[in-house]
Design a protein around this ligand. Sequence first.
Ligand SMILES: Cc1ncc(COP(=O)(O)O)c(C=O)c1O
Length: 424
Amino acid sequence: MSRLVHQYLTKTHWTSWTWALRAIPASPALGQHMKYHSNSASRPDGVHVVDLRSDTLTKPTPAMRKAMAEAEVGDDVFGEDPTINALQGRVAKMFNMEAALYVPTGTMGNLISVLTHCQSRGLEILLGDKSHIHLYEQGGIATLGGVHPRAIANLPDGTFDLETLDNYIRPTDDPHQPWTQLVCVENTHNFCGGKVIPLSFMKNLRQKTDEYGICVHMDGARLINAAVALGVEPSEIVQYSDSVSLCLSKGIGAPVGSVICGKADFIASCHRLRKAVGGGMRQAGVIAAAAMVALDDATERLTKDHAHAKIIAKALHEYGAGVVDVDLDGVHSNIIMVDIIKEGLLAPDFCHRLNQVTPEEFDSLKTPIQVWCMPFNSQKVRMVTHCNVTLTDIELAVKKLKYALEEMREKPTVSEREHIYYNN
Ligand SMILES: Cc1ncc(COP(=O)(O)O)c(C=O)c1O
């Protein structure tokens, strides 16, 4: 059994970026994997890398760097950084919410939001069992805030069953049970393949939570992707939530930061808590300036990213029979979740093959191409398009996928190959 597969089999939790990076060892053709981990580009050895691991990999454009160099700044903990204030005002306006707060990361945005909603220890929140807050934020809401998470099974479209939600909401007169304080939703839904949460679901959820006087927080790390996919203003989506966190450092393309939005008193509490968790960043206008530039043409860029994701999904669908399965209609935004269906083939094997350039492949394609992507679990691989992936990159990725998928269909699986190898 290869170290790669062994690593997978002994791993209970997935998608820790650092683990995933370690799990894709550099092949002889790869050179140093980590050295070239940023953008899709030609590497010094001439290999064209199309990096689809995450939309967090984008690098600031010259315009962003210029804005950063020239940014007006002040002490943001005092509320005196004009660039931060402009960014917060801009996002609050975009969401039609009273106020906004800049924070270093999406994880901190979610943590501060949940802890501000749940002001005393032992309160319960309801959230999807495949949500980022539940799976990938180290349980920070429990560790740092004493918040009790209760997971509802996410449906494939990223929503959950509202009748189940209704059953999960606790009575307030039973001393045995915690009180339900908050419901969290994720839009777009990362684990569910970038699915856009239907507005009808949000409306029904709001009605339900209003019946019980419970708040709603939206992890909108990729909320602008959702707005672009639905063709609506972001404010139309967030109207059903009390608070929302938006990542600027994902598809939007800024290097750092997230913004929380909500009512003015909610944001004032968040501001206080941000200091407690070490998120007061002083002259942070330097980084916020890049986000201001990134927001200018985010809609156009995300529209392209979504179109690129469709091209990749179509190629996987067209050339991947018997090897992979992709729900074409389920590709709503910039994320493609690929199911590995060939028996004995594991997600890390699939990613590893896309990282290799074999001599036969080079003879056939004439261009050495690597496509980098993330194993999400044993049978799932995630690919994400972003603004540093061009149409040319996508076309090269399609060439690579066609070749590699045909090879994977014809050849024995990695496990079988290893079986043969060990018997030789
Ligand atoms: C849906 C979702 N929420 C929150 C986060 C956390 O963002 P950050 O990495 O900035 O902490 C991520 C990061 O990938 C995400 O995908």
